[in-house]
Every structure is written in C-alpha cells, then in structure tokens.
Design a protein around this ligand. Structure first.
Ligand SMILES: Cc1ncc(COP(=O)(O)O)c(C=O)c1O
Length: 352
C-alpha cells in the first residue's frame, strides 16, 4: 500500500477541474475529414504517412506496443516528447507554483530541478550517500505536506549505478506523495524495471525513453508508466498532438528490430567493461565507479584541466566535478570501439 489512496485529491484543483481540449479526431478518424483546418491538397513532400493530417491524439497502437514490451496495459502508458516532457507535466499536475516542492537526490539528472524552476516550484535536496545510494531516513525526514513529488533516477545519471531496489520499494510505500523512478538507462542494467510493480501502487511513475537503449534520441520519444489515474491526468494536460507521426512511425518500426536493440545493448555493455578496465590501469585515475548504464563516471587528478585538454583534442566528455560527491569526476559515454580506443589513448597521452 502507498501513502496516497486517492490521486484525484492529490492533484492541483485547477488541473482536476480542467476541461481538456478535445479535437474531433478524439471521436472520428475516418470519413470526409473537414474538421481540423488541415491542407486538403496534401504535403509538398511525398510520403506514405499522410503528413498533411494531424497525428492521432492518443497513439493507441504505439502505446499498446510499448505496453506489451514492458508487460503492462495500454492504460498504464503515456508517451511524450522525450521523458523530459513527462517530467514537466508531472510537476504541473501535482505542484502548486510558489507553494509546493519536489524532492531530488543529488547528484542526479539536471532536468528535475530545471523543470521545477520553470514552474516556480521549489526543490528540496537529500544527497546520495558516499556510495551513491539513497538515504531513505533523510528523504522521509525532509518530506513535508508540500513535497509532492520525489524524483529518483536508477541507474542514476551521472553516477551510473543502480539504486537499491529494496530502497525504491521502501520509498514507494512510505513517501507521502508521488514517486517517480527515472529508468532512462534501465536496459543497460541487470536490475528489474520498477514498471512491474506499477499495478500495485497508484503513486508510482516509471519513466523510460527511446533515447538510450533504443538508440533513437533524435525522434524525441519518452514513456511514463503509471496507474491509469495518473496516465489520465498526463493525457489531459499534454498538448493535443504532442507525439508526431514521423516519431510514432519510426518507434513502431523499431519493435521489428528488437534483436538489434538487444545486440547493441550487449555490445555497449562489453565496451563499457573494457573502458572501465582500461581506466583502472590509467595513471592519475583515482576511482572508476561501478556502471549499470551506457556511461562511466571516474575520478581523475585535475579533472577540469583534463576535461579542457580532451576537448582541445576534439574529445568531448562531461565535467561533473561540481556535483555533490563527484569532486574531480568526469563522465564519459560509451562509444563505438574505435572511439573508445581514441578516447583512452588521448587520455593516457594527456596524463602521462
Ligand atoms: C536520467 C535521464 N532521464 C531522462 C533523460 C532525457 O530523456 P529523453 O531524451 O527521453 O527526454 C536523460 C537524458 O540524458 C537522462 O539522463
């Protein structure tokens, strides 16, 4: 059981009472379509997708496909313009600007704080422990009646590790609000997705994305998996045609190539392990953190200087040294084998 049994009473009153925009396409998608002020003569670019017509507002076919893949029902699936859209919408649904807050666990993904800032929602922080795990007691102590959403990220960006599943489950039960588990990198991890417990908890939202394991960052497609009550609110507040036809078409096609998705995940994990091993032996590298994702966090002497020197040689990594617990840390994404070798070779040249 979660601490919230009625999602409706937890939602901002203006959102609960909102009459959503309805297009005629919510009710009809066949016939002589003269309802939406489209250009009936067609698009100037030849295509099979009827791009002169708006996309379906609900994308039932794609949501069904995702639901089957993640072992939930279509009613549990929302799709948006990246998972970044879902982060923003969740804050808008549950947090009263100027009054409510979200709780985050730094070091973590930056968009939770940015979206809160855009919405004039304040941010409460509970830093991860030295081994980048949750301090469950501190989180619960910091939660107040105004702390509406807890954002957790597992595997976590930028630290790359899974958060302990027992802690996630404890918080789903004990946190007195909405708990979002951002699983952008879950397919690189050995840990089970929290999506499987969504049917048991009304207040749990699991975020996933096509940007990482599916290799489709360019189509901007993200998923929120949650209780039908929360999914209905996400559908209510989203822009009417948020996911476009080109995106939906490519995403559906990706499901015909799941073997390649799996193959690439395995390859990335293999390369990740190779880079980690090489970094262990590199001079000046003081620590290589465990990774359950497609990137690696490591601590190196004089990280900021190394970061700039890598950039001068055309190798762009991320300096994370300003994040709590990440002093002198760089984050590097796993590339293709040649790129990884070039990165390692250049790094060794810089520090030797
Ligand atoms: C933890 C995490 N969540 C979400 C995102 C954004 O995903 P999307 O591309 O689906 O907006 C990222 C992108 O780097 C991320 O690291």
């Amino acid at each position: 059981m979660s601490k919230i049994d009625n999602i409706d009473s937890f939602v901002r009153p203006n959102i609960r009472d909102l009459k959503p925009y309805r297009s005629a396409r919510d009710d009809f998608d066949k016939g002589l379509l003269l309802d939406a002020n489209e250009n009936s003569l067609g698009s100037p670019v030849r295509n099979q997708l009827n791009l002169h017509r708006y996309p379906t507002p609900a994308h039932d076919e794609l949501r069904q496909k995702i639901a089957g893949y993640r072992h939930v029902l279509r009613e549990n699936v929302f799709i948006g313009v990246g998972s970044d859209e879902a982060i923003d919408l969740l804050i808008r649904i549950f947090c009263e600007p100027g009054k409510d807050s979200i709780l985050i666990t730094p070091p973590t993904y930056g968009m939770y704080k940015v979206s809160a800032g855009i919405n004039n929602v304040s941010v409460v922080e509970s830093n991860l422990t030295a081994d980048f795990q949750l301090d469950v007691t501190d989180i619960l102590n910091k939660a107040s009646e105004h702390t509406k959403i807890l954002f957790l990220c597992s595997p976590n960006n930028p630290t790359a590790n899974d958060l302990k599943r027992t802690d996630l489950l404890k918080l789903v039960e004990l946190f007195p609000g909405i708990i979002v588990v951002d699983e952008a990198y879950i397919d690189f991890s050995g840990q089970e997705s929290m999506a499987e417990v969504v049917p048991q908890y009304q207040n749990l939202v699991v975020l996933q994305t096509f940007s990482k394991a599916f290799g489709l960052a360019g189509i901007r497609l993200g998923t929120a998996i949650s209780s039908p009550a929360i999914i209905r609110y996400l559908m209510k507040v989203k822009a009417p045609y948020n996911v476009n036809k080109l995106t939906a078409d490519i995403a559906l096609k990706a499901f015909d190539h799941l073997d390649l998705v799996e193959f690439n995940i395995d390859k990335i994990r293999e390369e990740r392990d190779y880079i980690m091993e090489q970094l262990h032996y590199a001079p000046d590298v003081e620590k290589v953190y465990p990774s359950d994702a497609n990137f690696i966090l490591f601590r190196i002497k004089d990280a900021l200087r190394v970061y700039h020197q890598l950039a001068e040689k055309g190798i762009i990594v991320r300096y994370r040294g300003n994040e709590p617990g990440c002093e002198n840390c760089l984050r590097v994404t796993v590339g293709i084998p040649d790129e990884n070798i070039r990165f390692l070779k250049t790094l060794k040249e810089i520090i030797s």
